[in-house]
Design a protein around this ligand. Structure first.
Ligand SMILES: *Cc1c(COP(=O)(O)O)cnc(C)c1O
Length: 216
């Protein structure tokens, strides 16, 4: 893989308003450094321990995004440095992030992860609960957490209509609540479906294998 060329290809392809998160899980530091040298500053990981090891080893101006399921007892490890948590999906996790952010004298930005996929293997708050959460502006209960947007993962399928339908559900939720909740980020789309995400209003795409190659 020519990581630098892949970064450039994505930057050329997507508009300046879209944030490219390079998903570097399982990849060695040298690969991340190569992306960094090509100008990439936002990296996403799905395991807190691995992200922390990389944060310690790599340049300090990298913004680290957590995109994987977060166990509450691991929040304290990333609280000093994490830039955005995409996977805030339950009040208990908001509470824990709030507690650890406060200890670190900071506010942590998060996305509410909503379950939009039909397959039930995915994490995320149910659509119904997410609507309630946003309607009642529950995030305000956590002063050291700033809810900045929504994240969703579509069903893993070649059926573009299905994926589009799921992304559309999240976009509608986003539009419904973006003003009242001051949301600015809609994170949908990965290597296989980012075009469909962008077509449904995504402004943050999470690209792993199309930048760094397949994971083993
Ligand atoms: C791994 C992962 C990605 C990137 O997946 P690719 O298909 O390799 O682009 C995006 N989002 C989340 C939440 C992930 O876990």
């Amino acid at each position: 893989m020519d990581i630098a060329a892949n970064i450039k290809k994505f930057r050329d392809e997507i508009s300046d308003e879209v944030i490219l998160v390079a998903i570097s899980k399982t990849k060695p530091n040298e690969d991340l450094q190569e992306a960094y040298d090509a100008g990439q500053r936002i990296f996403g990981e799905n395991r807190i321990q691995e992200m922390t090891d990389k944060w310690e080893a790599l340049p300090k101006d990298i913004q680290w995004h957590m995109v994987g399921h977060v166990q509450t007892n691991k929040v304290k490890e990333m609280a000093p440095y994490v830039s955005l948590v995409h996977s805030a999906d339950r009040p208990k996790l908001f509470k824990e992030i709030n507690k650890e952010a406060k200890k670190n004298d900071r506010t942590i930005d998060v996305l509410l992860q909503v379950k939009i996929a039909e397959e039930d293997s995915k994490y995320g708050m149910s659509l119904k609960k997410a609507e309630e959460f946003l309607k009642e502006q529950k995030a305000k209960d956590y002063p050291h957490v700033k809810l900045v947007g929504l994240m969703g993962m579509a069903t893993f399928t070649d059926d573009e209509e299905q994926v589009t339908k799921e992304f559309k559900i999240l976009k509608e939720l986003y539009d419904q609540f973006k003003e009242s909740n001051e949301l600015t980020v809609l994170s949908t789309g990965m290597s296989g479906d980012y075009k469909l995400g962008l077509a449904q209003g995504s402004n943050m795409i999470r690209i792993g294998s199309s930048i760094f190659g397949e994971r083993h």
